[in-house]
Design a protein around this ligand. Structure first.
Ligand code: ADP
Length: 410
């Protein structure tokens, strides 16, 4: 037991070269040897710690636990690190607590148990760890903040992209509209030059001929030419109306006006105008029992629809034929049928008939623009109505128009 006291010099010589503090305690936790590094770490003079209780180097609050640990350690003795998973502290002579790392090595000399503790002052390391921890925390905080900022920027960018895309779509749409309008104007100019030429020269000829019939009794001849003039002017007026309609539909400027009117008023007007276009022996048959129908619809659109369809029926059928206009009312819907016995529409071209500017091959000898059916369909669909047809080439066509009418009476 006195081995350390006796051989203190040997121990000292052996241990002084080691930079870690060495503290040897006996079974009773009495310090039996220390090296210079241990004295320095704990702030004691040489040999001052000898015969002191180990507790002197352990802060008060750990005394009880340390005692238990020590007993346990001696029971299961073996070389190991102390305090794995928890912070260990020593206490200096001046009462200052400081973090330590301790390795324990039990050994036996002459049947006496000893434990050699290798102690390192890890104040500096702990300080650095703390600094690193703080730096890491600060870094994490900054990263979090930056990520959040980045997130905000991304959201703003996404918003900006969305706005730009919307603006781009609007610009594209208006560019397309502008292109369509330009195309329309070009088409209009070329149509005007073709379609207006013939009626205008007809009007000119009739006007010139009227001037030649100076005799009183030549009134019937004058009337015939006046009719021709009216007919051609009406034709040109129809084309211009169709163009105006397209322009309104294209620019979104179309507005509908609902009013109550007697159905017979529109039918009479349309038939009266169409009569001017009739060929020899042609006639229009229309119902004479519709006087009491009061319709609540856009009057202009109904007139445009019926006159387009009746003019087509007249135009695309021969002399001595009948154009039949039928009207019926059922389930809040007015149905108009315009039936002719004309040239009909070739089956393979029927699917294109409502396309703007489309004209069937068998219709090319007659004047026309291919606009009427297209705008009639657009207007009707805008107003909740519909237009369909059946046709057999060489036999005739039936166009069916349906319009919803809320208020009506008979
Ligand atoms: P347009 O008569 O001025 O050519 P529309 O749009 O009114 O223009 O008609 C488009 C085409 O549909 C006509 O060119 C013609 O080929 C065909 N079509 C329309 N109505 C009839 C009809 N009643 N009989 C035969 N073909 C028709």
């Amino acid at each position: 037991m006195k081995v350390f006291e006796k051989n203190n010099n040997i121990f000292r010589i052996l241990s002084e070269a080691i930079s870690e503090g060495i503290i040897v305690v006996n079974d009773d936790q009495i310090i039996v040897a220390t090296n210079e590094a241990a004295n320095e770490i704990f702030g004691f003079e040489e040999d001052e710690l000898i015969s002191e209780k180990l507790q002197i180097l352990i802060p008060q609050e750990y005394h009880k636990n340390h005692h238990n640990h020590f007993e346990n350690f001696v029971d299961h003795s073996g070389k190991r690190k102390m305090g794995i998973g928890r912070d260990l502290f020593g206490i200096r002579k001046n009462g200052k607590k400081f973090p330590v790392e301790v390795g324990l090595n039990p050994f036996v000399i002459y049947d006496n148990n000893y434990v050699m503790a290798l102690v390192s002052d890890i104040t500096l390391r702990k300080e650095q760890e703390k600094q690193i921890y703080e730096l890491n925390t600060e870094l994490e905080r900054k990263i979090e903040k930056r990520t959040e900022e980045l997130h905000c920027t991304i959201t703003e960018l996404e918003e900006e992209i969305k706005l730009r895309k919307e603006a781009e779509a609007i610009t594209k749409e208006s560019l397309k509209k502008e292109r369509d309008l330009n195309e329309l104007k070009t088409k209009f100019l070329s149509l005007v030059s073709h379609e207006f030429k013939t009626p205008l020269s007809g009007i000119l000829t009739s006007a010139a001929l009227i001037g030649k019939y100076t005799q009183f009794e030549q009134q019937s001849k004058r009337d015939k030419h006046l009719d021709t003039i009216k007919n051609k002017v009406k034709y040109l007026d129809n084309i211009l109306n169709d163009f105006l309609s397209i322009e309104r539909l294209e620019t979104g400027k179309v507005t509908y006006k609902f009013n109550s009117f007697p159905l017979s008023k529109v039918v009479n007007e349309v038939v009266y105008n169409a009569n001017m276009l009739l060929k020899d022996g042609q006639r229009i048959s229309y119902p004479d029992d519709i006087d009491d129908y009061i319709i609540d619809f856009d009057e202009k659109i109904l007139e445009l629809t019926l006159s387009n369809l009746i003019h087509n029926a007249v135009k695309y059928s021969g002399e001595n034929s009948v154009v039949d206009l039928q009207v019926s009312f059922e389930d809040d819907m007015f149905t108009f049928k315009i039936i002719d016995q004309g040239i009909g529409i070739p089956e393979k071209e029927q699917e294109f008939i409502f396309k703007r500017y489309f004209r069937a091959e068998n219709a090319l000898l007659d004047q026309g623009t291919g606009i009427g059916l297209n705008i009639v369909k657009s207007h009707l669909e805008n107003l909740g109505g519909s237009i369909t047809f059946t046709s057999t080439e060489g036999q005739g066509s039936t166009f069916t128009v349906q319009i919803p009418v809320a208020n009506n009476s008979k």
